[in-house]
Design a binder for this molecule. Sequence first.
Ligand SMILES: [Zn+2]
Length: 356
Amino acid sequence: MANPLTPDVLVDPVELTRALVDIESVSRDEKVIADCVEDVLRRAGHLTVERLGHTVMGRTDLGRAQRVILAGHLDTVPINDNWPSTVVDDLIYGCGTSDMKSGVAIALHLATTLPDPAYDVTYLFYEAEEIESEFNGLKLVADSRPEWLRAEFAVLLEPTYGVVEAGCQGTVSALVRTHGRRAHTARAWRGENAIHAAGEVLRRLEGYHPRTVTIDGCTYREGLNAVRINGGIAGNVVPDECSVEVNLRFAPDRSEQQAHEHLREVFQGFDLEIVDSAPGALPGLNATAAREFLTAVGVEPAAKLGWTDVARFAALGIPAMNYGPGDPSLAHAPDEHVEIGQIRDGAATLHRWLAG
Ligand SMILES: [Zn+2]
């Protein structure tokens, strides 16, 4: 197959968005798109290019004082009768237009057309963001090629509709268990009802006041919720076990460990088991490259409330932000689309920043 990412296409981030969307790349099927991306990065001539699985890294080595990363995932969620792309007025429709081939297009356009940026730049195009974390290309790079991620600052081009989202909240899921004694309901006094005991768990949740925390001007709103409840044996049995699954979303001024301790405090006296957790990420707005990036974009950053791959950079000590042309509310939707104007604005902004 001839590479559809021709030089004519690479110079225009809008055409490039369409071309990338039209290379199908549902998670675990990124070989073709990764081959095309690797090919154009190698042809550019000014980049050092390496590949791990279907994750491709291209970087400048100009000896600049600072290095920044531009990263985007190559995969999409499954196609939903929305492929290949179509254009209606100022909108490009199709699977991956918003999340996040328009962002990838901007990064690839800059990688191939800006040979002399003011920072050294590492461009990362990675596989398998939309599925289980064990396959995540960025995670695999962090595990086995951590030297690729050496940088002062990173921008993830996930859809934010041109807004800068800084840091992200962490998440913990835990089971709060209550215990009792089984008995026949006809002789209930012999038993102890574990579901009734869960009432106290729910009362603590009801009385819980989540914090609102402002860090570097970004406001994070925490939340603690029961998300599932399990208990009961039969219509005539006093149950001896009940569990309430709770989910805490926590601001990045708490470490993962502190978030666990906080949950243990809230549910003191109960049997609590952490079943899943991921740290948040501080906004990290003080790095020089981050400040210069914010100046170039010219908007105040907002807090990211969901968990994103930004936290993977934070775990390596690299401040990272989300900034992309797509509308996040359209990600994964059948009518997913991106505004052509947003792609042009995003490309011009990042060009201005990187060109110094
Ligand atoms: Zn995405």
